[in-house]
Design a binder for this molecule. Structure first.
Ligand SMILES: Cc1ncc(COP(=O)(O)O)c(C=O)c1O
Length: 458
């Protein structure tokens, strides 16, 4: 007899979940894991903001995710962004199942890679060539190296609060505590982690984002030493902050003036805010770009793309490669994922934009109704809402002026109501093409209740 698919059932009613909510097995697993794995998981982001312990998940399907205690949630984390077409999307998993019989890895060129490069170009019309890697960090690291080789200069300029992975040149001023972070117009380069040699800090200049005047001043001082400026074209790792009108174009002009390569890190925004990423949305062409998360719906692969003259430095002086780079299984998954997204002239993005707007407008309405000071911002497929008196946020230093305790407190109450997302207020909420209006309504109902309950208790 065919078993009923538990994913087809309706989620538990809000009150029913609250009554039954029990996460003992997660606690137990956390205690055991910490003894063997530092912090209990292989990436700090998975445990860092969870108080007192994170929830261990065991299964996902569509927009639903199940924890080890059997609780089911509507997922608004989506693995920090990759799951643009939802958990275990049948079209993608069946393509992988079918392909996997052909072997695992060849260590040779293969046709899939060519097909994926062609597919990539259908989405990203602003870049001439592309090559594949494994993680977003691989792509940003190699982009910086190409820029240094291309310009013969050593320095990198990055922006305060922007995240490009944890390699040494990127792990600078990601979270920079205000008292030691230096002047707003010319922040100090601060290591994001112990273990980075001071010499690395000397090669990374930091600027405030969304502020052309400060950037111009810094470039007047250091511009001739800088090989590349790297940024998230929409800042999506310190809440979600959109570029001010004309800002990206202004940075492009400054890059040209000082012979600096402009790198857009589209690891989050790529294949999400539009089919061609933020560079298409805002009509500004970078010299190089990095892509990852939404390209493959959860399989490990990233892409590094750019102008032909720079990309052709690979193999002509610039080293590049990795045993698992452009993994065939991930390429099969990416091809199937992109096929879904491109169907009917990229129709998926219309739905994604609609449900993001519905969630954003819904949260704004809650803030108004409840007289709750909040900042809400969204771009297609990405959203942030934080508790703050500021109505507008344009940079990292403003983004951290929020009530972090309240964000985490409300998130705890959302979990009990069957809504899952990260407790860190700096993380944005990624939506997927399989989130429905009903999922969004469930989020909004739970949020109203959770804020009310939090305010009553605090
Ligand atoms: C904008 C951005 N760039 C780079 C990275 C690093 O990607 P990965 O974690 O795949 O190394 C991330 C990861 O979240 C990211 O958000």
């Amino acid at each position: 007899m065919e078993m009923p698919d538990e994913t087809d059932g309706p989620i538990l009613e809000v009150k029913e979940v609250a009554k039954k909510y029990d996460t003992k097995r997660s606690l137990n697993l956390f205690k055991k894991s910490k003894r063997l794995i530092p912090t209990g998981a292989s990436s700090l982001m998975r445990t860092a903001s969870w108080d007192p312990y994170p929830i261990f998940m065991k299964k996902g399907k569509g927009t639903r995710i199940w924890d080890v205690d059997g609780n089911v949630y509507i997922d608004f984390l989506m693995a920090f962004g990759p799951l643009i077409n939802g958990h275990a999307n049948e079209k993608i998993t069946s393509a992988v199942r079918k392909y996997i019989k052909n072997g695992d890895l060849y260590g040779t060129p293969n046709e899939l890679e060519y097909k994926l490069a062609r597919e990539f170009k259908k989405f990203v019309k602003t870049q001439d060539m592309v090559t594949f890697a494994l993680s977003g960090s691989d792509a940003t690291f190699n982009a910086l190296r190409i820029a240094r080789a291309a310009t013969g200069k050593d320095m990198i300029l990055k922006f305060e609060g922007h995240y490009h992975g944890l390699h040494d040149y990127a792990a600078v001023s990601v979270e920079a505590p205000a008292p030691v972070a230096g002047l707003k117009w010319f922040p100090k380069s601060l290591p994001y982690t112990a273990g980075i040699p001071p010499a690395v800090m000397d090669t990374v200049v930091v600027s405030s984002w969304n502020d052309l005047e400060s950037l111009s001043k810094i470039l007047k001082i250091r511009g001739n030493e800088i090989a590349a400026m790297i940024m998230e074209p929409i800042m999506a790792n310190s809440t979600l902050v959109s570029p001010e009108p004309g800002y990206l174009k202004g940075v492009r002009e400054l890059a040209d003036e000082y012979n600096i390569l402009l790198i857009f890190d589209e690891v989050i925004t790529g294949f999400r805010v539009s089919e061609g990423g933020a560079q298409q949305l805002f009509g500004v062409k970078p010299d190089l770009s990095s892509w990852a998360k939404s390209m493959s719906n959860g399989y490990p692969i990233s892409a590094l793309s750019g102008k032909r003259e720079y990309m052709e430095l690979i193999g002509n002086g610039v080293g590049y490669g990795g045993t698992y780079f452009g993994h065939p299984i991930s390429e099969v998954a990416s091809l199937a994922n992109l096929k879904i997204l491109e169907t009917n002239d990229f129709e998926a993005y219309t739905h994604l934009a609609r449900i993001t707007r519905k969630l954003g407008k819904g949260i704004e309405e809650i803030a108004d109704d409840m007289d709750e000071p909040m900042f809400v911002n969204y771009e297609t497929g990405l959203l942030t809402f934080i508790f703050t008196d500021q109505r507008k946020i344009t940079n990292y230093r403003e983004s951290i002026l929020m009530d972090w305790t309240k964000y985490t407190g409300v998130q705890k109450k959302m979990l009990e109501r069957g809504i899952y997302y990260n407790p860190d207020g700096a993380e944005r909420i990624p939506l997927s093409t399989v989130h429905t209006e009903a999922d969004v309504d469930a989020f909004l109902t739970a949020l109203r209740e959770s804020i009310k309950e939090y305010n009553r208790e605090n």
